[in-house]
Design a protein around this ligand. Structure first.
Ligand code: NI
Length: 153
């Protein structure tokens, strides 16, 4: 692949992930104190759990992509994220993602045996972010939130 095309897809991916992060932050900032523990879909993640999952997944997925163990990921997920730090944690994950997007990284099979290259993992993390942003968007709608947010640019 020639350098210019490489830059094009990296720039495009960074732009779309940045939009996903910004709009996710806007949704998280809307959440009222009494709603964090609600489960709009019974048996599925709470509002808090979806927000924290969104905050860490860009970093988590790229760590998994480097072949870390299940125990290392359990430690990663066990770090508590207080409600008032979720947006900052999301920004931190985006910085982690952006740095690896720009510099590249070496992948190894996941602890459950899936192998992919760095491009595949960067795409996976992006669609994963948008998947859960949609989940949070739906949760807030079900809970009666009214907001006007442009989800795509
Ligand atoms: Ni997920």
């Amino acid at each position: 692949m020639c350098g210019r095309i490489m830059d094009e897809w990296k720039n495009a991916l960074r732009r779309h992930v940045a939009v996903g992060v910004r709009t996710t932050s806007e949704l998280i900032r809307l959440i009222q104190p009494g709603d964090w523990d609600k489960r709009p879909i019974p048996g599925k993640r709470s509002v808090y759990e979806v927000a924290v999952h969104l905050a860490v997944l860009l970093e988590a997925d790229l760590r998994i992509a480097t072949g870390v163990t299940a125990a290392e990921m359990a430690d990663f997920y066990a770090v508590p994220v207080p409600v008032d730090q979720i947006v900052d944690r999301l920004d931190q994950s985006f910085q982690y993602y952006e740095q690896r997007l720009l510099t590249g990284f070496t992948t190894r099979p996941t602890y459950w045996g899936v192998a992919d290259d760095s491009t595949g993992w960067l795409m996976e993390a992006a669609v994963h972010l948008y998947h859960h942003r949609s989940q949070l968007f739906d949760y807030l709608n079900v809970l009666g939130y009214e907001f006007d947010l442009a989800l795509f640019e």
